[in-house]
Ligand binder design. Structure first.
Ligand SMILES: [Zn+2]
Length: 284
């Protein structure tokens, strides 16, 4: 009797490697999952309240041009924060297509950014909400725009309804602040990974992608029992070098990445959580 085929052949692999193809192989059987991912994306909006299309657009740009002051949107928080004095010269954001003018408002806010960093992080989720609306209401092509808008409508009906169930305005306000502040921990983690590392102006040149990813990224040193808290973001170097690797595998490849960086004389930045906070505040 013939052995059951439990692997995908190279021929099948070739015929399913077009742009946009998304599939998984279960015991040699191909299952297309584009539709499933689209559905998960749209239903995710109902719970998170921000556009997955915006997240992908923003996150892809950030991954490609990690820590480029004019190409990486995750470093472009003027007038609230700047991570380099180069912003004092009013850099143009190629992602947002606008000049980040370092005016008197920016000068004032930036001069207090070491104090405002944590409070602003507590409400950083508002930026995600605003960016989502701006993208979905713009003329830019957005995949599954209809489902995304529907997801946002459901979220913005559900969230106020939930808040209205609380007995008084004091408790409602406390709930809103707490719900934002909890997500603020994640925003702090996002920024710890990049704010204190090296930055540059301009696009990537030649073959420096690998160097830029390692020099612009900071890992958080932690024991494996704390992995749940950092959610994989503690292996930021590994995530940037292998963005599609599942989070549960990042710890396993970490020693190999460390060796690779050592071999090619590249930085492998890593600091404990508190030290990473100190480094970030010093940058601010
Ligand atoms: Zn990522």
């Amino acid at each position: 009797m013939a052995e059951p085929k439990n692997y995908i052949t190279s021929l099948e692999l070739k015929s399913h490697s077009k742009v946009g193809d998304l599939w998984i192989s279960i015991q040699g059987k191909l299952c297309r999952i584009e539709g499933l991912i689209d559905w998960l994306d749209s239903s995710g909006i109902v719970f998170f309240g921000f556009s997955i299309g915006w997240w992908k657009w923003n996150h892809n740009a950030y991954h490609i041009a990690c820590n480029s002051l004019d190409f990486d949107p995750d470093l472009q928080h003027s007038p609230f924060f700047v991570v380099s004095s180069k912003f004092f010269n009013s850099i143009t954001s190629h992602f947002y297509g606008r000049k980040m003018t370092f005016d008197s408002i920016a000068r004032f806010l930036v001069s207090y950014q070491h104090w405002t960093y944590y409070p602003v992080m507590c409400f950083a989720r508002i930026n995600l909400f605003a960016q989502s609306f701006m993208l979905l209401l713009s003329k830019r092509k957005v995949p599954n725009r209809g489902q995304e808008i529907l997801g946002l409508i459901v979220f913005w009906i559900w969230y106020p309804l939930l808040v209205s169930c609380l007995p008084n305005w004091g408790e409602r306000l406390m709930f809103i602040i707490a719900s934002f502040a909890v997500t603020g921990i994640q925003h702090v983690q996002f920024t710890l990974n990049h704010f204190s590392t090296s930055v540059y102006v301009g696009p990537l040149t030649g073959n420096d992608w690998f160097e830029k990813q390692t020099s612009g990224t900071l890992n958080i040193a932690c024991a494996s029992w704390m992995d749940w808290f950092h959610g994989g973001l503690q292996f930021q170097v590994e995530h940037h070098l292998f963005p599609r690797l599942p989070r549960c595998q990042l710890r396993k490849i970490s020693p190999f990445v460390m060796d690779l960086c050592k071999k090619h004389n590249l930085p492998y930045n890593i600091a404990p959580f508190w030290k990473a906070n100190v480094l970030t505040i010093r940058t601010c």
